[in-house]
Each structure stands twice: as C-alpha cells, then as structure tokens.
Design a protein around this ligand. Sequence first.
Ligand SMILES: [Zn+2]
Length: 87
Amino acid sequence: MEYPSFRKPFGEDIKGVFDSLDDVLKYVDGKRCFCGYKFNLTIGIELGMYKHPGGWLVKSLNEVLWLYVNCPNCGSQVALWKLRKGD
Ligand SMILES: [Zn+2]
C-alpha cells in the first residue's frame, strides 16, 4: 500500500494518508498488539484519535490525526505505527 507524500508547512512529516476512518479500521484489522492480541473488525476495534501534526492525514475529515487503538487484552493504547503484522 503506497501513499503519496504530504508535508506540513512547518516541515513535520505525517506518517501516512488514509481516505477515511473505515480505511483506518481496515488497516488495523488482522494486525497485532505487542501483547499478541489480534485486532478483529468483526469483533470490533476501538479506535482513538486526536489532532497531531505528526500523525496521519485522514482525507475524508481533512485532518491530521494521531491514531491509536485500545487493546482489549492488555488495556494499552497502541499507536498505529506500533501494530505488528498479523499472520
Ligand atoms: Zn495488547
């Protein structure tokens, strides 16, 4: 999955681009927390976000957001970039 580059006016690179929050959830689906829990969109994924210039551009919201998920197994808030590939 390749994303176009996008640079904030003051030089802080964003981490990536998503079309929508649905796209974010699809990205998380099947990935793992560091505790081993596998996120599953069918069970439900609790997504959190706040405005942050070093986060991800969500085109449908026209906002750059820090995105994280709450892990129901270990209780951690895991930033998107820390998610591990599922198997
Ligand atoms: Zn966890």
